[in-house]
Design a protein around this ligand. Sequence first.
Ligand code: AMP
Length: 127
Amino acid sequence: MAYAYDDQNIFAKILRGEIPNSTVLETDHTLAFNDIQPQAPVHVLVIPKGAYVNHDHFAAEASDAEIADYTRAIGQVCQMVSVTPGAGDGGYRLISNAGDAGVQEVPHLHVHVLGGRVLGRMLEKAD
Ligand code: AMP
């Protein structure tokens, strides 16, 4: 499958330093920053530095080093912002929206790290 990546998306601009961000963590292959419109007391976005549109693109084409770095960075962020179960606020939710059905707004892979309160059920019941 061919994945089309739009390098004018807002996260690409953040990675190029064209738009500021509130950085939580930066590693070799990953950047984590606070969401500009937080939906919970903790709302951090974790993105790979590479040009990947969503998770299945990343899983198919990223190097093992990128995948390891990204996966570990997400866990590190959870610890840094004190949402790991048993510590601080006691739990978190990871969300990665993809495509139209997933209601993805920014076409650069990102995981939302949400926490700091009880988050409620995962989805509203619907058809
Ligand atoms: P999604 O709907 O999964 O694509 O989520 C995109 C997220 O990016 C939303 O939660 C936005 O609030 C967030 N966002 C958009 N622009 C920025 C920005 N400049 N800095 C930080 N977060 C942003």
